[in-house]
Design a protein around this ligand. Structure first.
Ligand code: ZN
Length: 382
């Protein structure tokens, strides 16, 4: 089966005529022009958003294809049994019927929802043999380069006008399906509200199996006096609602254990909350001026117990060891805390120093390190 993409843009194409947004002006400057999305299947059937399919100019004949409308699009089966899933228009997410067979071609609005691709993969309806292309692309993304970057992560092609998409993809043309567009270890560094969690979630959105590890003590949202911290709880709830519903969520400080156990995609958010939790468990926050956890001795309230700094040091070493050896496709989010003011209290300085050193050690053992500033992604040279 083949699908000729005679147009790949949104309702008004990309760039949109008369639009002065940065994305459209960038596309214009780069000579990019995408007509409104339109697809011709096997030369026999033409699909336009909001219209029933019409006969094309091919010789195979539209009658030979079975066309099933599904919520959000079309499910098409060719005379040879080949299968196509097509988003019905911009913003539409086609939902296959229960029991549907896997698709050979999937043409989706990935800017509306890359997670829909992850859902189709988790259901086995999109496989390594499915040719996946983004359709209805427009100024929702900042540039064609950003679209291409995302599509690589999502193992899809950024459809361009005139593309002929052919499926199934022959065995051998693709590597292992899961995570093939990603390095094994990615460390994402950024300040508060820089967009680092969003980037991490976007990178894994099209993966079929993802564990989200909230690296914090379970039910940790209490204030300094032990009272419920409703603001924090609301923030956690918002983050959870943003994630695809089929992702598994684990709340734990045992990040090393998860790194050793997981084989699929693992998102750790984040290293800063993990370190704060580990310092809290060890009593380093309460121990006053703990000094760097590497080797200094800190008095504790329990005779014979190990100094908190040693406990924290061992946990950090264990985390770095597990990170080095993990079999998971892992993305960790961490805070850049060294650029602000020097914390006025000793424990704050210990935390800042320990996190800075830990970030360096994790970065040294990562295939990819990204710095996020104002939502913009900057890969750091290795
Ligand atoms: Zn625009």
């Amino acid at each position: 089966m083949d699908a000729l993409l005679t147009g790949t843009g949104g309702t008004d194409g990309w760039p949109e005529a008369g639009c002065r947004c940065a994305s459209c002006l960038r596309a214009t400057a780069a000579g990019i022009r995408r007509r409104p999305g339109r697809v011709v299947v096997d030369g026999a059937l033409e699909f336009r958003p909001g219209q029933p399919p019409s006969g094309g100019t091919g010789t195979s004949g539209a009658a030979a294809h079975r066309i099933d409308p599904v919520p959000g699009g079309w499910d098409v089966t060719g005379p040879d049994g080949a299968r196509l899933l097509l988003a019905g228009g911009p913003g539409q997410l086609p939902e296959p019927q229960p029991g549907a067979a896997p698709y050979d071609i999937a043409l989706l609005d990935l800017l509306a929802s890359p997670a829909q691709l992850g859902l189709l993969r988790s259901a086995g309806l999109v496989t390594a043999q499915t040719a996946v292309a983004a359709l209805y692309t427009d100024h929702r993304v900042s540039s064609a380069a950003e679209l291409a970057r995302r599509c690589t992560l999502w193992r899809a092609r950024p459809g361009t006008d005139g593309d002929l998409v052919t499926g199934p993809v022959p065995t051998g043309d693709r590597g292992a399906d899961d995570g093939a567009g990603q390095p094994r270890r990615t460390l994402i560094v950024g300040g508060a509200r820089s967009g680092k969690s969003t980037e991490a979630e976007l990178r894994l959105a099209a993966e079929p199996r993802v564990t989200f590890l909230a690296a914090e003590p379970a039910q940790s949202w209490t204030g300094p006096g032990g009272q419920p911290d409703t603001e924090w709880a609301a923030r956690v709830a918002m983050h959870r609602a943003r994630r695809p519903f089929w992702w598994q969520t684990v709340e734990s400080l045992d990040v090393a254990g998860q790194l050793r156990q997981q084989r699929d995609a693992l998102l750790i958010d984040g290293i800063g909350t993990w370190l704060a939790g580990v310092m809290d468990e060890a009593g380093l926050w309460r121990a006053g001026d703990g000094g760097p956890a590497t080797g200094s001795v800190v008095p504790t309230g329990q005779p014979g117990s190990r100094p908190p700094s040693e406990v924290v040091r061992d946990r950090i070493d264990d985390l770095v060891d597990a990170w080095r050896q993990t079999a998971a496709l892992v993305i960790a989010v961490t805070d850049e805390v060294g650029s602000g003011l020097v914390p006025p209290y000793p424990a704050g300085r210990v935390f800042r120093d320990q996190l800075g050193w830990l970030n360096q050690r994790l970065a040294a053992e990562s295939e990819l390190v990204l710095h996020i500033v104002a939502g913009r992604v900057r890969p750091l040279p290795g």
